[in-house]
Design a protein around this ligand. Structure first.
Ligand SMILES: [Mg+2]
Length: 261
């Protein structure tokens, strides 16, 4: 079987070599309390109901994530919202998972790289990240995401990392190179939604966020596809499991058998 590797239009940060553990995490709705692209679509674009219809079409395979997500963001542009205005609104409204700062501090003190792997656009992620964790901490975190193209007339459009992939950004491409290293690290992946479908099957330990308002699309995808995962409510709960694996109290298999933390 030939596995097609999509060409990336955007650079990747260097791989972290010689690490025992690497954390890769989705940004929107996973590290943040609310997905920023959903926020824009719901409040400035086509609205929540239509957005959920598109999410369900992605989940059922009727539409690709790439095309449906482009449509959601285009609805924000069609309503006349500039990219700068969106960035400002997101900085004001998107909050951090309550356990993320401690989780990040633990990773840093334990020499575990933490990489954000997102289908969002780099400038909005950076704007919100620096606002939430501070400029210094934000600079230390690699972000592998999509980008934006701002036109002369002020209109903007998402620029996909992998335009030939139905995922737009195939997140497995951020994970798989670690598997080819001589001594591959144990890979933790955190996600919540349809943008994480491309990553779900490729981590050693997959954490899937359960949100109080529902929309647990990644959990549904994992159940439908028999992918083992651990449901988590916030990074404080997840940190306990990560510590157990890192500090040798639990094997990867035992962690996955928990099912929920
Ligand atoms: Mg997400």
């Amino acid at each position: 079987m030939t596995i097609e590797i999509p060409q990336s239009t955007l650079p990747y940060p260097p791989l972290y070599q010689g690490k025992k553990f690497v954390v890769l995490s989705d940004w929107d709705g996973t590290i943040t309390n609310y997905d920023s692209n959903d926020y824009m679509t719901d409040h400035l674009g086509i609205g929540r109901e239509k957005r959920r219809e598109l999410n369900m079409e992605i989940l059922s395979g009727k539409q690709t994530f790439r095309d449906a997500f482009r449509e959601m963001l285009a609805s924000v542009v069609a309503n006349g919202h500039s990219f700068e205005e969106c960035k400002k609104i997101l900085r004001e409204n998107i909050k951090l998972d309550p356990g993320f700062k401690s989780f990040h501090a633990y990773c840093k003190s334990s020499d575990i790289p933490l990489i954000i792997v997102s289908s969002g656009m780099a400038p909005t992620i950076r704007a919100v990240l620096s606002n939430l964790v501070g400029e210094e901490a934000a600079k230390e975190i690699d972000v592998i995401s999509n980008d934006v193209e701002i036109k002369d007339d002020g209109k903007w459009e998402i620029k996909y990392r992998h335009p030939t992939s139905g995922y737009g950004h195939d997140k497995s491409q951020a994970i798989l190179p670690y598997r080819s290293l001589e001594n591959p690290p144990i890979l933790f992946f955190f996600g919540d939604g349809v943008s994480d479908m491309s990553a779900a099957a490729h981590a050693d330990v997959l954490f899937v966020k359960e949100k109080p308002y529902g929309e647990n699309d990644l959990a549904a995808y994992c159940v439908n596809n028999g992918i083992k995962h651990i449901l988590f409510e916030d990074f404080e709960a997840a940190l306990k499991v990560v510590k157990d694996v890192v500090e040798g109290r639990k094997s990867v298999k035992e962690a996955l058998e928990m099912g929920k933390c």
